[in-house]
Write a new protein. Structure first.
Length: 284
């Protein structure tokens, strides 16, 4: 058998490129290489080349699995969240703000991070704002954060995303509570000024006005009104709330000290029966 016939013989024996078949072919090539005549230097080179090709083919077949096992995880995504490593921190973009919070936790756990994410319904200016951060057993290098990306954008507009950030190598246990858009029937769980830009009473300050005056403004805007009766402290420094008092007793002459977003299409007025010299809510 000449060299070319020998080469064709080995080629005809090469099976489809599966890992098991390629391993068997390697063994046959190694045996042939070991028993080739000493004077057949060119034959040895041909066989060695075939062995190298078989090894490369094996790496191509098995490569993706080996790479995914050897590299430190840098990304994870599911139907609710997409997490990517950027420099020294993970940036998680919320895909579905109404998903079960276990899907968010699943993504962080897959990356070796003991982080839980809980989204709460918030008024428009509270979306992307952190309600609370919980840390346990962390180091000074561990950081959790969140917000809108790019900063200052309006959620719901193109290119504006709700994001959460976690330090790479976060070593403790953390919980992030952050505002998400509210469904129409949901009450907001954040505290905000209803007169702020983007809220339902934008540009209007109810501080010190009577209930009748504020109701005139809310009717113009088609807003439903809820009340929270407060008892200002004697010195005007703060207030208390008696949950037993019913809003039905609120009269038109009562004083409004603040208006807060309550849910879509509704505001909550903080009111007292008597006027005091200092705003008990904001201290001014």
């Amino acid at each position: 058998m000449n060299e070319m016939t020998e080469l064709e013989h080995f080629r005809s024996e090469v099976p489809p490129p599966t890992p098991d078949a390629l391993t068997a072919q390697e063994d046959r090539l190694l045996n042939a290489l070991a028993t080739a005549p000493a004077a057949g230097r060119r034959s040895r080179l041909v066989l060695a080349g075939l062995l190298t090709a078989a090894a490369v083919a094996t790496a191509v077949v098995a490569g993706p699995t080996l790479i995914s096992q050897d590299l430190y995880p840098t990304a994870y995504a599911n139907s609710a969240i997409d997490v990517q490593l950027r420099g020294d921190e993970y940036v998680a973009r919320i895909i579905d703000p109404f998903a079960d919070h276990t899907l968010y936790t699943e993504a962080f756990n897959a990356l070796g991070l003991d982080v839980a994410l809980v989204l709460r319904p918030a008024s428009p200016t509270g979306v992307g704002q952190i309600f609370r951060l919980g840390f346990d057993g962390t180091t000074r290098k561990d950081r959790l954060g969140g917000g809108l990306e790019p900063e200052g954008c309006t959620y719901g507009h193109p290119g504006c995303a709700l994001t959460v950030t976690v330090t790479k190598g976060f070593s403790g246990k953390g919980t992030i509570y952050i505002g998400r858009p509210a469904k129409p029937s949901e009450s907001y769980q954040n505290n905000a000024d209803a007169g702020r830009k983007g809220e339902s009473l934008e540009g209007y300050d109810p501080n010190g006005h009577t209930v009748a005056e504020v109701l005139a403004e809310t009717r113009k805007r088609g807003l439903e009104v809820m009340y929270q009766i407060i008892q200002p402290a004697p010195n005007g420094e703060g207030f208390s709330v008696n949950p037993r008092e019913r809003s039905a007793k609120v009269g038109d002459h009562w004083i409004v000290w603040a208006a807060e977003p309550y849910r879509q299409g509704a505001v909550r007025l903080l009111v007292s029966e008597k006027r005091v010299a200092k705003n008990p809510v904001y201290g001014d």
